[in-house]
Design a protein around this ligand. Structure first.
Ligand code: UT7
Length: 325
């Protein structure tokens, strides 16, 4: 089996900042409520860039950081719940934009766990020798599927993209990966697509409005439960102790979820790296943006271990432990 290295990370967020006070002019909310219930202070919102545009910018950033050429990339896996179109896939649009002419491209749908699912798929392809250099992207334009009249959801989300390039190497950088799903709870977080409304189906089916709705409390409970489970499973599988982990990078959904999980794990919540105050919940982009920040701010050095965990719609969850080379 080949060993897997992460040879670069990248990210991109739109320049438009929308703070909590601005949202309080749109729905009945306040900076105080949003900050105390979620930890979010502001988010980035697209002024017209679509998912492929942000994904392309994150891809250009990671190619630079990995010091490779676009035509070295064999595979592009793009995780998103907000693709530009049903066809073509957003990964194919990115391929065209960055001229990664030798890549096979496909999108995956695992909501906020998408980046981790993508890393898992990439690692398996590299281990078996099927592909050598894989670009993983998590990118979302959540602002296009948010109901901006719904204060339960519109305060939570932001737009952005993140990326990593994985390659076969001499040393193993991914010590353990674990993923899971629970489709039975899927209704807790939904955004409908087009219903079957062809001439053979029931006439008169109206087109759904494709906006997000969520049972926040159900997701909150699920998130705390799987976050604790993921940390324990990943540590066991990699024979690591929690003390050896420099940072836990969680999906950036809610600081109270992180505090509850920290309490259950018996650790200080400072061990969790967060930037949700600045970006809100960017779904598939979230953990990758945080990972990129950790690398670019030189917060880790060779030998440090990082535990990355995600959870979200599906319901889905997953995580991995990285040993920085
Ligand atoms: O990416 C994965 C996805 N999602 C998540 O991880 C989200 C997980 N869930 C959460 O983060 C939290 O459940 C929320 C932040 C969404 C909600 O926090 P909560 O503490 O569970 O609030 P709640 O839904 O129980 O609402 C409490 C009250 C309600 O009013 P009443 O019924 O007590 O009068 C809501 O109507 O707060 C009200 N409320 C708001 N008030 C001001 C709900 N949203 C807002 C708002 N501003 N934006």
């Amino acid at each position: 089996m080949n060993k897997v290295k992460i040879i670069g990370t990248g990210s991109y967020v739109p320049s438009k900042i929308v703070n909590n006070n601005e949202l309080s002019h749109m729905v009945n909310t306040s900076d105080e409520w949003i900050t105390s219930r979620t930890g979010i202070k502001q988010r980035r919102i697209s002024e017209g860039e679509d998912t492929s545009d942000m994904a392309t910018k994150a891809a250009i950033d990671v190619i630079k950081s990995a010091k490779i050429e676009a035509n070295d990339i064999d595979l592009i896996i793009l995780a998103t719940a907000t693709p530009d179109s049903f066809i073509p896939s957003t990964s194919c649009i990115v391929q065209k934009n960055i001229k990664a002419v030798n890549a096979t491209c496909f999108d995956i749908s695992a909501a906020c766990s998408g980046f981790i699912y993508g890393m898992d798929i990439a690692a398996q392809f590299i281990r078996t020798g099927r592909f050598n250099t894989v670009l993983v992207i998590g990118a979302e334009t959540l602002s296009k599927i948010i109901d901006w009249q719904d204060r339960n959801t519109c305060i939570l989300f932001g737009d952005g993209a993140s990326a990593a390039i994985l390659q076969s190497g001499n040393e193993e950088e991914i010590l353990s990966i674990y993923t899971g799903s629970d489709g039975s709870k899927g209704k807790a977080l939904i955004c409908p697509a087009i219903p079957v409304n062809n001439f053979c189906a029931n006439p008169g089916i109206s087109l759904n409005k494709s906006t997000v709705s969520m049972d926040g409390k159900e997701i909150f409970k699920f998130a705390v439960k799987v976050l604790v489970k993921l940390v324990n499973v990943l540590l066991t599988e990699s024979h690591c102790d929690l003390k050896e982990i420099k940072y836990i990078i969680p999906h950036q959904a809610n600081s109270r979820i992180i505090e509850c999980a920290a309490k259950k794990l018996g650790i200080d919540s400072n061990k969790f790296y967060t930037n949700l105050d600045l970006y809100g919940n960017t779904s598939a982009a979230s953990v990758g943006i945080a990972l990129d920040e950790v690398y670019k701010k030189n917060l880790v050095k060779s030998g440090d271990k990082i535990l990355v965990v995600g959870f979200g719609g599906g319901l889905t969850y997953g995580g991995l432990i990285i040993k920085v080379i």
